[in-house]
Design a protein around this ligand. Structure first.
Ligand SMILES: [Zn+2]
Ligand SMILES: [Zn+2]
Length: 643
């Protein structure tokens, strides 16, 4: 989703001192710490606007052969199974129709992936990841379940990618191992994908093709044209999908920027031409569909920077923003140059993106402007600018570490001016507020006003698109349910018939032709959890255990029995973690010990020899006692050793 651009947990991961390219073993500091991060992660999952520097963990080859488990995607929280199996009875014949099958990205936040199928051809638009919810303990990221693509692998012709944000490209390294088909995208998008593939050592095995705006590629019976749009990352594209059933226009994430910082404005002329030809369906970005008015040009932010720099000539300036927003960085660099300041870029994902962007010529940094962070101390503070990650309060990102005085090279000084060039993504407000507080306590002046514009089209922009494209059917995408509803209403307002503006769910098979647009079937959809090197090996049961452990802790009861006589030789001993602080709870633990000892003795006396039974008796008696005494139910793990 899509509210705003955002930084991703890569920041946090990077911050924990892990180096870029190598696959890293799981567990990031970010997730270990508590609510602040949880919030950050929550927001991040909503819209991954960070491009480069994505973490880490390459999936184990063998993991892929495992049967993926379904994840608690949203539908499951509602008590429904996320895996909707095709029901033969209701299955209608979609022959001669275009099938649109969103495999993710509608209920779930992030994880955009949509299949388009016509007879024996399938193309897939985007392949994004989602960040785990607060309840997905220990999970690094969530990737879409592509069972349907695997089942129809012979039909799948390729991935066509709209832009380089994580929620659109992040799952590619995982999915390409299961569905190895060519990937098409514009220059920056492909470069960011290649960076990921390299990290996962998949570059050699993946066919990629760089597409120019205006170019199209034939994939089976489809032709896909890349149409220039604007967004908070460069090289974003809408896709005009020409199928035997008609033209479908997928906007991807987009905004209308008449004066973009880099490159051309959105190709509205092409949108209009397609509209003239006749567009069967429009799948448009709903992220800002609840916001009235127009989205401001990225360039307006540059003016704000100018004003702030002009006002604070005697102070050091630190600007935090999204790593992938190269245009934003360009504008900060421009202003810095104008005011004779040296620029330091800090935060691994940002360094990666800027590196890729400057190699491609997407950012222009005047010679001698960029300096290494090591050289920062050689310049007076008022002639430097730090551009950093961490604008979402991600606890391990550079800005938060500076604020918390744990950054190795930069500490906040009284008088520093810190600009947060972003808006907090819902869920991150608290984390951002914490960082702002910490910065203020250290004497920094924090500026948030007018230093950010959205990368998504608002209502008036959407109206323009509708009036140019004039689609027969409208299928709002990208956005929470409420956003998609807002776009549906807007579509109706713009003349799309009520029954032709349709809301669909992930897993729906939407069959489309000139006359109708209906859901004719359902396929498996949902998320697969990635934890370190494990893909899909953590399912609901493991998650439930983790939640229980996290909430209640664990008590291990150890005893030793003699092999044949079942005599108690040692124990029971009680060890606990995350339950009570042992030193202050000696009485309680002694009582618990007595309860367990009684239970064991009872078993011995009654001649209970089945270890399973003994374990259950221990568990039951101890959990009864703890519940009565503490109103707590830790996980109890009896271990019987045999001598
Ligand atoms: Zn997106
Ligand atoms: Zn995006």
């Amino acid at each position: 989703m899509f509210l705003e651009e955002k930084e991703n947990t890569a920041e946090a991961k990077e911050a924990s001192g892990k180096s870029g390219g190598k696959p890293q073993p799981r567990r990031t500091a970010q997730r270990r710490t508590a609510p602040k991060n949880a919030n950050a992660a929550k927001g991040q999952e909503q819209h991954q606007e960070n491009a480069g520097g994505q973490k880490a963990a390459a999936p184990q080859k063998s993991a892929n052969t495992q049967k993926p488990k379904q994840v608690p995607a949203k539908s499951q929280k509602d008590g429904k199974s996320p895996a909707k199996q095709p029901s033969k009875a209701s299955k209608k014949d979609g022959r001669g129709k275009l099938k649109i099958i969103p495999l993710g990205g509608l209920e779930q936040i992030g994880m955009n992936i949509t299949a388009f199928e016509y007879e024996d051809s399938i193309i897939v638009v985007d392949c994004g990841l989602a960040f785990p919810g607060d309840d997905m303990l220990g999970i690094d990221l969530v990737i879409p379940d592509v069972t349907y693509l695997k089942q129809n692998i012979d039909k799948v012709k390729g991935f066509v990618i709209t832009h380089g944000h994580e929620d659109h490209i992040g799952a590619l390294p995982y999915i390409l191992q299961q569905v190895n088909v060519p990937v098409y995208g514009t220059k920056l998008t492909i470069a960011l994908i290649e960076h990921k593939l390299e990290e996962h050592k998949l570059l050699k095995n993946t066919k990629r093709k760089v597409m120019k705006h205006g170019q199209s590629v034939n994939l089976g019976c489809f032709r896909v044209e890349f149409v220039k749009t604007n967004h908070s990352i460069q090289d974003a594209s809408a896709l005009a999908i020409f199928s035997p059933a008609g033209i479908v226009l997928h906007t991807g994430d987009f905004k209308i920027d008449y004066t973009p910082v880099f490159g051309d404005p959105i190709d509205l002329q092409r949108f209009a031409e397609l509209g003239k030809k006749g567009v069967l369906a429009l799948l448009a970005d709903s992220t800002n569909a609840t916001r009235p008015g127009f989205t401001m040009s990225e360039r307006t932010v540059g003016k704000t920077f100018d004003a702030i720099f002009a006002e604070h000539t005697s102070k050091r300036i630190i600007v935090a923003t999204f790593a992938s927003n190269v245009d934003r960085v360009q504008q900060i660099v421009n202003t810095a140059y104008k005011y004779g300041r040296k620029v330091v870029v800090e935060g691994r994902s940002m360094v990666t993106v800027i590196d890729i962007a400057s190699k491609l010529g997407y950012i222009n940094i005047p010679e001698g402007t960029l300096i290494d962070i090591e050289h920062l101390k050689n310049y007076p503070p008022e002639s430097t600018v730090l551009i950093t990650t961490g604008s979402q309060g991600e606890s391990m990102a550079a800005l938060s570490r500076m604020a918390a005085s744990i950054h190795k090279k930069v500490s906040i000084m009284p008088g520093d001016v810190v600009i947060l060039s972003s808006t907090p993504i819902p869920g991150n407000e608290k984390a951002v507020a914490n960082v702002v507080n910490e910065l203020s306590m250290k004497g920094a002046e924090v500026i948030c006003q007018d230093t950010h514009v959205s990368g998504h089209a608002c209502q008036e922009d959407l109206k323009l698109i509708y009036s140019l494209v004039h689609p027969k059917f409208a299928i709002p995408v990208h956005g929470e349910y409420r956003h998609r509803v807002a776009q549906k209403e807007l579509a109706e307002f713009m003349g799309v018939a009520k029954d032709r503006a349709v809301l669909v769910n992930s897993g729906d098979v939407v069959a489309l032709d000139e006359n109708s647009c209906e859901v004719i079937d359902h396929v498996v959809s949902g998320g697969i959890l990635v934890d370190g090197l494990g893909v899909g090996d953590v399912g609901n049961i493991v998650l439930r255990d983790r939640q229980n452990l996290a909430q209640n802790g664990i008590i291990v009861v150890v005893l030793t029995l003699e092999k044949h006589s079942n005599q108690l030789l040692a124990g029971p001993d009680i060890v606990s973690r995350g339950f009570v602080y042992v030193r202050e709870s000696e009485d309680l633990l002694e009582e618990a010990h007595a309860i367990v000892a009684d239970a064991v003795e009872d078993c011995m006396e009654r001649g209970v020899s089945d270890w399973g039974k003994i374990k259950n008796i221990i568990k039951d008696s101890l959990s009864d006692f703890l519940w009565k005494r503490m109103k707590r139910s830790p996980m109890i793990l009896p271990i019987i050793m045999e001598v």
